[in-house]
Ligand binder design. Sequence first.
Ligand code: KG4
Ligand code: ZN
Length: 389
Amino acid sequence: MQDADAQHSFAHKPGGLILGIESSCDETAAAVVRGGSEVLSNVVASQMEMHALYGGVVPELASREHLRNVVPVVREALRQAGIRGQELDAVAVTSGPGLAGALLVGISFAKAYAFGLGKPLIAVNHLEGHIHAVLMQRDSESASQQVSESAGSILALVVSGGHTHLYLAQQQSGAWSYRNVGRTVDDAAGEAYDKVAKLLGLGYPGGPWIDRLSAHGNATAVPFRFIEINRGTADEPSFDFSFSGIKTGMLRYVEAHGMKPTIEARRAALAQIDNPTLDDVLPLLDGPTLDLIASFQHAVVGNLIRQTMSAATHFDAREIVISGGVAANRELRARFAAVATERGLSVHFPAAALSTDNAAMIAAAAWPLLRLGNFADAALNAEPRLRLG
Ligand code: KG4
Ligand code: ZN
C-alpha cells in the first residue's frame, strides 16, 4: 500500500487537512483534523438510543443507520470546519476491526469521495485510532503541533465495549509500531459493565450507569477476586485480562441473595421512563445493590490497573495512555492517576468526546500515514477481525 511518489510529495507538507470517517460499530462519525492534533470539527451521530431498545448493538440496524447518516455527518463535519472538500489533503477511514456491514458503509463512501476529489485514501485501524485519541490531545496540549517522538515506549490500554488490549507503542522515523502485550481472553471490560448493568435491570450502555451509581455504594462490601491469567513466557510475557469470572460472580451473588424480584421491579419501572436521570434511578436501588455495584467497579478497575502497572514495570514504560469508552470512567481515571503519580509515571486520558468512538481519532492516526505516503488503494475492504501489533 506504499506509494513512493505520494511519499515524496507529502513528506515536506507542514499542515495536512484530513477528513476522518468512522463507522465500525454504532456511531457514524466524521471529523476534520489539521496536522494530526488540531480538531476543526468532530461530528458523531449516535445510534445508542435505537440499540438501547434491544439491549445491545444490532448489526443489521447499525448498517442501515450508517447508510442514512454518513452523507449528512460528513457534510456537517466539513461545514463546522469551514472548509470545502477540495481543500482536504486526504480522506481517512476505519477499515477494521468492527462489524463488517457497518465498516463497509464508511469505506465505500470514503473511497468514492476520495476518488471524486482526487485525494489519497488512508486506511486506519480503529484500535490505533483509540490510541491516537490520547496522543493527539497530549500533542495539542504541548506547544508544538507536531507529533513528538517519544524517548521510550508508550504503554497503551485500549478498553472499550469490544476491546481490552495493552500495546507497547513506539514511533521511529515517523512511523508508529505496536506490540500487543495483553488482551482479554473472554469479555471486554465494557462488555462486562454492560452485561452486569443488564443483569441488575439498569439501562444500556451500562458503563456510565455503573460509574455514576458506584459513588453511592461501599466498594469494599463484596470482595471479588480475579483468577490468575496465563502470563506467557519469559521471552513473550503476556499481561492478559479476564472478565467472565466476575460476571458469573455477580450472577451467583444476585441469585444467592434473592435479588431477582427487586431487579425485575426496577427493570419494569425504568421501562416506563424516557431517558432516565440519576434522580430517577437512585430511588430504585437499595443499599446492598449499590454496594454490589460499587464493589464490581472497584474490582474491575483494580484489575485493569494491576495488569497495566505490571506491564509498565516489565517493559519500563514511562508513559501510559488510556483510551476507549471505559476510559471515561471516573474511578478508573482517579485511581490510575494516583498510582501513576506514586510511581513517577505520566498517564494521559482523552477528553470525554474523544474517549468513545469518534472520527477525530481516525484522522489523527492517519496523519503519520499521510506524511509517510502510506495510502490505501481502490481494493480496500472491510477487515472485521483486523488486529493491531
Ligand atoms: O469505545 P466505545 O464507545 O465503543 C466500542 O468500541 O466498544 O466504548 C463503549 C463502551 C461500552 O461498553 C460502555 O458501557 C463503556 O464503553 N463505557 C463506560 C463508561 N462510559 C462508556 N464504562 C465505564 N464507565 C464509563 N463512564
Ligand atoms: Zn472503539
